[in-house]
Write a protein that binds this ligand. Structure first.
Ligand code: NAP
Length: 325
């Protein structure tokens, strides 16, 4: 297993486990998935406070706590969606600093952790008071509640703002050879966490099922038939779809945040991940050249942003950032 070292000196496995679709109610299967992950050297587990309204953090947190006696691991969680866990519903988007600090305390309790390794903003818009959010992240870090922070978003203007005005350690965004819109966000300034690596199962041998269920209305301007044609084109190269999908991401030096719903999927995916290394670069480059380059059309401009005069704290942060380069 390959590892990347983040700006905050955390070592993250290239193949990571996305916890959103894990079978939380099947404890045996879940335990097998987590044990296999550790045995294979996976050390990054990705969750969010919103997933199953707190239940994902609580269940995954308790399994990881038990395994944590034997293995080191990094848990990443996300914040910014206020929710009611009893009613199991989202209340509103809330990136305010004070709310984030409260929410982090709740996440720490659910995850059974004194410190959260990685905290990401779970979305974000250019109309948020981004300086307030960044200040909260910085003070959570300075006070030892979190080790590092980042954002999970697809919005170019938000990413640009955080790149310029914060010490973000990671960016999480969708990336795979078909949904290549995130390519323009690849950047040496942060560690890139690629979500949706197998495009919900479309880039697997189960592609026909995925086309009929998850993509029956098409996606990203492609009709279902156009998506099928792309899959057929990729398969003509004679490699498993999963291996082409992983090789594309391996070549980009990104963390592959893979979601699974069974241990069988994880086993298969890991085998494909290891085999992918041996596919010649030219094969994936040629396949990629036959697929359209897509880019996000909305949320690109900074024009509506409110200019906020930095207070002393923000000034100090900017100076610190400059000096640390
Ligand atoms: N906004 C955000 O921050 C955000 C949003 C989405 C995801 N994420 C994170 O990113 C992680 C990964 O994203 P994702 O779940 O969208 O990844 P993905 O790779 O696109 O999809 C995972 C799903 O693909 C299917 N799959 C996986 N391996 C398979 C195989 N070998 N054969 C057939 N089907 C297979 C499974 O679907 P079935 O469940 O149908 O079996 C699995 O749940 C999530 O777990 C979460 O941690 C973050």
């Amino acid at each position: 297993m390959k590892y990347f070292v983040t700006k905050d000196n955390q070592s993250i496995s290239q193949f990571a486990l996305g916890c959103m679709t894990l079978p939380l109610d099947n404890r045996e299967e879940l335990s097998d998935i987590i044990r296999l992950s550790f045995e294979e050297g996976i050390n990054y587990f990705d969750t969010a406070d919103l997933y199953q309204y707190g239940k994902n953090e609580a269940v995954i947190g308790s399994f990881l706590y038990d395994y944590g006696q034997f293995f080191d691991y990094i848990i990443g969680t996300k914040v910014g969606n206020e929710f009611d866990s009893a009613l199991r519903e989202k209340i509103r988007w809330n990136p305010n600093g004070e709310y984030i600090k409260q929410a982090v305390n709740q996440s720490k309790l659910r995850l059974s952790r004194d410190v959260i390794d990685l905290l990401m903003l779970h979305g974000g818009t250019i109309h948020d008071n981004m300086d307030d959010t960044i200040s909260a992240f910085e003070s959570l870090k300075n006070d030892g509640h979190i080790k590092s922070y980042g954002i999970s978003t697809t919005r170019k203007n938000v990413i640009d703002y955080y790149k310029e005005n914060s010490n973000l350690s990671v960016l999480m965004t969708p990336l795979n050879i078909i949904d290549n819109r995130g390519e323009e966000y690849l950047d040496d300034n942060y560690t890139f966490l690629a979500r949706g690596p197998l495009m919900q199962g479309l880039l697997t041998e189960e592609y026909d099922d995925a086309l009929k269920t998850k993509f029956k209305h098409g996606y990203m301007g492609y009709s279902v038939e156009e998506l099928r044609e792309i899959i057929i084109m990729i398969r003509e190269y004679g490699y498993p779809l999963e291996e082409i999908a992983y090789k594309y991401l391996i070549d980009k030096n990104v963390v592959i945040v893979q979601g699974v719903s069974s241990v069988a999927q994880l086993k298969k995916n890991l085998r494909h991940y290891y085999n992918a290394e041996s596919i010649p670069d030219e094969v994936v480059d040629e396949i990629r050249s036959k697929i359209k380059t897509k880019r996000y059309k909305n949320n690109r401009q900074m024009e509506n942003i409110k200019k906020v005069q930095p207070d002393n704290k923000r000034k100090a942060f900017r100076i610190g950032k400059k000096n640390s380069r």
